[in-house]
Ligand binder design. Structure first.
Ligand SMILES: Nc1nc2c(c(=O)[nH]1)N[C@H]1C(S)=C(S)[C@@H](COP(=O)(O)OP(=O)(O)OC[C@H]3O[C@@H](n4cnc5c(=O)[nH]c(N)nc54)[C@H](O)[C@@H]3O)O[C@H]1N2
Ligand SMILES: Nc1nc2c(c(=O)[nH]1)N[C@H]1C(S)=C(S)[C@@H](COP(=O)(O)OP(=O)(O)OC[C@H]3O[C@@H](n4cnc5c(=O)[nH]c(N)nc54)[C@H](O)[C@@H]3O)O[C@H]1N2
Ligand SMILES: [Mo]
Length: 767
C-alpha cells in the first residue's frame, strides 16, 4: 500500500516528477533539478478518479447480441458491463476464431500511440509481445505519425532518421558554436518540453537564450510567430505553409549563381550534385529556382531571400527542419532540401553547424546520449510479414487486397478482421475521422484497452479498463536523459482497472500460452530484469552498479552520459573514407539514383518544388494549421486540469488573424465553426496579429465529439481538427501522415451551443 504522506518518484513523457495522492487529488512536484518544468504535469492532479475513466470491462451491445461482424452502429451503440472472467473468455475465443478462420494475417496490431512513459508497461510493446507470443503474429505498421516521410527519405540521403535527429548537434554546441540557426517550422518550447520516456531537465529555453546572448542569430520560418521563444531574439519569416522547399531552393540558387556555395565540400562529400544543379538553375526544365521565382510561391520578398542567402557563407550555420513540415503533402521534399542547403553551405558535420533534422521538436534531440544501455520489453517474433505504413490504416480497412506503393515496392493491403489497440488513440492521431470511423465499421471485432472513454474506446466492441501510469510501478528511462527513475505507484487502481500486462497474462493463459508471454515473471521481476541491462552496463564500465532493490529505494539514479561527438555526420566529415555514410555512394545524396529509379512523379530523384494538391480556394480560403497542443500531450488527459484551464466555453481555442476575423464578423471569444467538405468543428476564437492572415490555427487533441450535420458529415462540437484534415499519404515513397495542414472556411456560430459530452461515459457503469 502507498503511504499518503510521502511524495514518490514517477515519470511521464512531459517530465520527471514526484507525486502524492490524497483521495481523488494528486499533488505533483517537478523534478528539483528541472530549470523549466512542463506545466502539463498538472493534468495529473484531477485525473485519477475522473468520470471519464473506464471503470469496468464493457462490451458493445450490438456485438454481444449479433456477434462479430461489420456494423454501422459502431461508435453510437450502447455498452454492457461484463465481469473480467467472462469478457476474457469471450475475447480469447474470438482471437482463436479469427486466427483459425482467417489466419494471423487478418489481425491488425499496429496499435500506434504514445501510451505512458514507463518502459515495462509500454502498451504498444505489451500488445505486440502478446500477439506474437500467444497468437503467432499480426499485421504490423511501420514508421510513425511523427516522422512518416523523414523516416523513409533520410536513409536514402544521409542515414537513419534517428541518427540524424538524435545523435547530431547538441544544445551545448549551439550555445558555443552556432552563428546562424535557420529553423524551418520554428523551435517551439511547447514541443521540446516533451520526450518519449520522460526527461528530467528542460534546457531548450536557456540554451536559446545563451546562444542568442553570445550573438547567434535565430531565424524562424513559420506561419506563426509563436513557434520560437522570445529568448531566441529571432527574426520571423512568415512563409506560406507547404512552400519551404521553394524558399530553400531559392537560397541555394542565390549561392550557386554568385559562386558562394562550398564547391570543395560538395566535391568531397556529396554525390549527385550535377543532376540537382541542372534542376536548380533551370537547365533541366527551363525554370531557374531563383528568389524572384520563389517569392510569389512562398510569400517572402525576393530581396529578403537574396539578403539572407548572402549573409550565410562563412558562418557556422545550422539548418533545422521541424517534423511538422513533413507531415504534409510531399513532406519528403523539405526534409531532403534542408540537407542540401546545409551541404551547399559546406556545413554538414561541423560543431553547431550543418543539418539536424527535427532539433527543437522534442526534448530527445540536441542532447547527449547515455553511456549505458536501457532494457526494453522483448516483443517476440512475428510470423506475419505483411505491414502497412502506419498512416494508411483507413486505406487498408476500406481497400482490402488493393495495391499500394511504398519505398520502391508495390504491396497489397491485407484483409483485416480484428484490430487490437492498446496505448494509442486513432481518433486523435488519424485524419478524416468520418472516413476512419467507416473503416473501423468494416471489422468483425475491435478491441481497445484504455484508461478513459476516448472516441477510440467508444468505437470499440470490447473495452478493457487499464491502469494509468500513476497506478503501477515501472522503470522510467530514455537514452537521452541521465536520470533513471524508479516509478513508484502513487495510487491504487481506479474501479476494476488492471495493468495491460495482467490482462494479457490472463488472455495468454486462456490461449495456453501463459509461460511464453510471461517467461514466468511477475511485474516486479520484469522490472528487475529490465533494470539488469543498465546495471550490467554500469558494472562493465567499472562504475557503481546498485542492485535493483537499492535503485528502487533511492528512487532516482544518475546515469553516465556519453561524449558530445556529433554522431555519424561528424565522423563522416572527419574521415569520409573510414566513416562513409550508410547511403549507396557513402556520401550525402544530393540526388538519388535509387529514388529516381522508383519512378514516382510525387517524389523524384532530387529535392524538387511540388505544389500541394489541397490548397486554399474560394470555398475554403484559409490554411488550417493543426499542430501539437501546448496544454497536453496529444489527446492524453484532455480532461486534466491544465488542459481544461485552456478551454473556453468548454471548447478548444483556435487562433486567427484580426483581419481574417473582421472580414467574417468574428470577435475574440466568439464560438466559431470551422468547416470544409469533410466536416466541421466548433472552437472558441482567439485573435492574434503574430501570424499569417490566411491561417487559422487549431491544435490537435480535443476529444472527438461528433453530431451529424444535415449533409451527413460530422460536426465535432469540441474542436478536433482531424474532422477537417485529408487522409492522403505524403507521397508514393513514404506514405506518411499529412495531417499538419488543411483548408477551411470559418464563420461565427450562431445556433444553440451543443453541450460537450466527450468526457461523459457512454453508458451507466456497474461497479
Ligand atoms: N491533424 C494532425 N494530426 C496529428 C498530428 C498533427 O500534427 N496534426 N500529429 C501526429 C503525431 S506527431 C502523433 S505522435 C500522433 C499521436 O497520437 P497518439 O499517440 O495516438 O495520441 P495519444 O493521445 O498520446 O494516445 C495515447 C493513448 O494511450 C492511452 N494510454 C495512456 N497510458 C496507457 C496505458 O498504460 N495503457 C493503455 N492501454 N493505454 C494508455 C491514453 O489514454 C491515450 O488515449 O498524432 C498525430 N496526429
Ligand atoms: N506540448 C506538446 N509537445 C509535443 C507534443 C504534444 O502533443 N504536445 N507532441 C510531440 C510529438 S509526438 C512530436 S512528433 C513533436 C512534433 O513536432 P512538430 O511536428 O514540429 O510540432 P507542431 O507543433 O505540430 O508543428 C510545429 C510548427 O510548424 C509550423 N508549420 C506548419 N506547417 C508549416 C509549413 O509548411 N512550413 C513552416 N515553415 N512551418 C509550418 C506550425 O506553425 C507549427 O506550430 O512534438 C512533440 N511535442
Ligand atoms: Mo509525434
Amino acid at each position: 500500500m502507498t503511504s499518503s504522506a510521502a511524495f514518490l518518484p514517477h515519470s511521464s513523457h512531459w517530465g520527471v516528477f514526484t507525486a502524492r495522492a490524497e483521495g481523488e487529488t494528486v499533488s505533483v512536484r517537478p523534478y528539483p533539478g528541472d530549470p523549466d518544468p512542463n506545466p502539463i504535469l498538472d493534468n495529473f492532479t484531477n485525473a485519477l478518479k475522473h468520470r471519464a475513466r473506464v471503470t469496468t470491462p464493457m462490451v458493445r451491445r450490438g456485438w454481444l447480441e449479433r456477434g462479430p461482424g461489420p456494423d454501422a452502429t459502431r461508435g453510437s451503440d450502447d455498452f454492457v458491463a461484463m465481469p473480467w472472467a467472462e469478457v476474457l473468455d469471450r475475447l480469447a475465443a474470438e482471437l482463436q476464431r479469427v486466427k483459425d478462420t482467417y489466419g494471423n494475417g487478418a489481425i491488425f496490431g499496429g496499435s500506434y500511440g504514445w501510451s505512458s512513459a514507463g518502459r515495462f508497461h509500454h502498451a504498444q510493446s505489451q500488445v505486440h509481445r502478446f500477439l506474437n507470443t500467444a497468437l503467432g503474429g499480426y499485421v504490423r505498421s511501420v514508421n510513425s505519425y511523427s516522422a512518416g516521410a523523414s523516416a523513409v527519405i533520410l536513409p536514402h540521403v544521409l542515414g537513419s532518421m534517428e541518427e540524424v535527429a538524435r545523435r547530431n548537434v547538441t544544445w551545448e554546441q549551439i550555445v558555443e558554436h552556432s552563428e546562424v540557426v535557420l529553423a524551418f517550422g520554428g523551435m517551439a518550447l511547447k514541443n521540446s518540453r516533451v520526450a518519449s520516456g520522460g526527461i528530467s531537465k528542460h534546457i531548450e529555453r536557456s540554451s536559446m537564450r545563451d546562444a542568442a546572448r553570445r550573438g547567434c542569430r535565430f531565424v524562424s520560418f513559420s506561419p506563426l510567430k509563436s513557434d520560437m521563444p522570445d529568448e531566441a531574439g529571432f527574426e520571423w519569416l512568415p512563409v506560406r505553409p507547404t512552400t519551404d522547399t521553394a524558399l530553400m531552393l531559392a537560397l541555394v540558387h542565390s549561392l550557386v549563381r554568385d559562386g558562394l556555395h562550398d564547391r570543395a565540400f560538395i566535391d568531397q562529400y556529396c554525390d549527385g550534385w550535377a543532376t540537382f544543379e541542372d534542376y536548380l538553375m533551370g537547365r533541366a526544365d527551363g525554370v531557374a529556382k531563383s528568389a524572384e521565382w520563389a517569392a510569389p510561391i512562398c510569400d517572402i520578398p525576393a530581396e529578403q531571400i537574396e539578403a539572407l542567402a548572402k549573409s550565410l557563407p562563412g558562418k557556422r550555420c545550422l539548418v533545422v527542419v521541424a517534423h511538422s513540415l513533413q507531415r504534409a503533402e510531399h513532406g519528403e521534399q523539405p526534409v531532403w532540401m534542408g540537407a542540401v542547403l546545409a551541404a551547399a553551405l559546406g556545413q554538414l558535420g561541423l560543431p553547431g553547424g550543418g543539418y539536424n533534422y527535427a532539433l527543437g521538436t522534442l526534448a530527445h534531440y540536441g542532447k547527449r546520449n547515455n553511456a549505458v544501455p536501457a532494457g526494453a520489453l522483448p516483443q517476440g517474433s512475428n510470423g506475419v510479414r505483411e505491414f502497412i505504413p502506419v498512416a494508411r490504416i483507413t486505406d487498408m480497412l476500406l481497400n482490402p487486397g488493393q495495391p499500394f506503393d511504398y519505398d520502391g515496392k508495390q504491396r497489397n493491403y491485407p484483409h483485416i478482421k480484428l484490430a487490437y489497440w492498446a496505448g494509442g488513440n486513432p481518433f486523435h492521431h488519424h485524419q478524416d475521422l468520418a472516413r476512419l470511423a467507416e473503416g473501423f465499421r468494416t471489422l468483425d471485432t475491435f478491441v481497445v484497452h484504455e484508461i478513459a472513454w476516448t472516441a477510440t474506446a467508444r468505437h470499440a466492441d470490447i473495452v478493457l479498463p487499464c491502469t494509468m501510469t500513476l497506478e503501477r510501478e515501472d522503470v522510467g528511462v530514455t537514452p537521452t536523459d541521465p536520470v533513471m527513475v524508479a516509478m513508484h505507484r502513487i495510487a491504487e487502481p481506479h474501479g476494476l482497472a488492471r495493468d495491460d500486462y495482467d490482462i494479457f497474462t490472463d488472455l495468454a493463459e486462456r490461449l495456453g500460452k501463459r509461460e511464453a508471454f510471461t517467461e514466468g515473471r511477475d511485474t516486479r521481476q520484469w522490472l528487475a530484469h529490465l533494470y539488469e541491462r543498465t546495471r550490467q552496463g554500469l558494472q562493465d564500465k567499472g562504475l557503481e552498479a546498485p542492485s535493483f532493490d537499492e535503485f528502487w529505494q533511492r528512487g532516482n539514479m544518475d546515469l553516465p552520459i556519453g561524449p558530445d561527438d556529433g554522431g555519424l555526420l561528424r565522423a563522416f566529415r572527419q574521415d569520409p573514407v573510414a566513416n562513409p555514410l550508410p547511403t549507396p555512394s557513402g556520401k550525402a545524396q544530393i540526388s538519388s539514383p535509387t529514388v529516381a529509379s522508383f519512378g514516382y512523379a510525387d517524389c523524384p530523384g532530387h529535392p524538387a518544388w511540388l505544389p500541394a494538391k489541397e490548397v486554399p480556394n474560394n470555398d475554403y480560403p484559409l490554411w488550417l494549421v493543426a499542430n501539437q497542443p501546448a496544454s497536453r500531450l496529444h489527446s492524453q488527459l484532455d480532461f486534466g486540469s491544465h488542459s481544461q484551464s485552456t478551454k473556453r466555453q468548454q471548447r478548444e481555442v483556435c487562433t486567427l488573424h484580426p483581419a481574417a476575423a473582421a472580414a467574417r464578423g468574428i470577435a475574440e471569444g466568439d464560438v466559431v465553426r470551422l468547416f470544409n467538405a469533410r466536416g466541421a468543428c466548433l472552437a472558441s476564437a482567439a485573435l492574434s496579429s503574430d501570424m499569417r492572415a490566411d491561417v487559422v490555427q487549431l491544435p490537435t487533441g480535443a476529444w472527438y465529439d461528433p453530431v451529424i450535420q444535415e449533409d451527413g458529415t460530422p460536426l465535432c462540437v469540441h474542436g478536433n481538427p482531424n474532422v477537417l484534415t485529408q487522409d492522403v499519404g505524403t507521397s508514393s515513397l513514404a506514405q506518411g501522415c499529412s495531417g499538419q495542414l488543411g483548408i477551411v472556411q470559418i464563420e461565427k456560430f450562431t445556433g444553440a451551443l451543443p453541450p460537450v459530452r466527450a468526457f461523459e461515459p457512454p453508458a451507466a457503469q456497474t461497479v
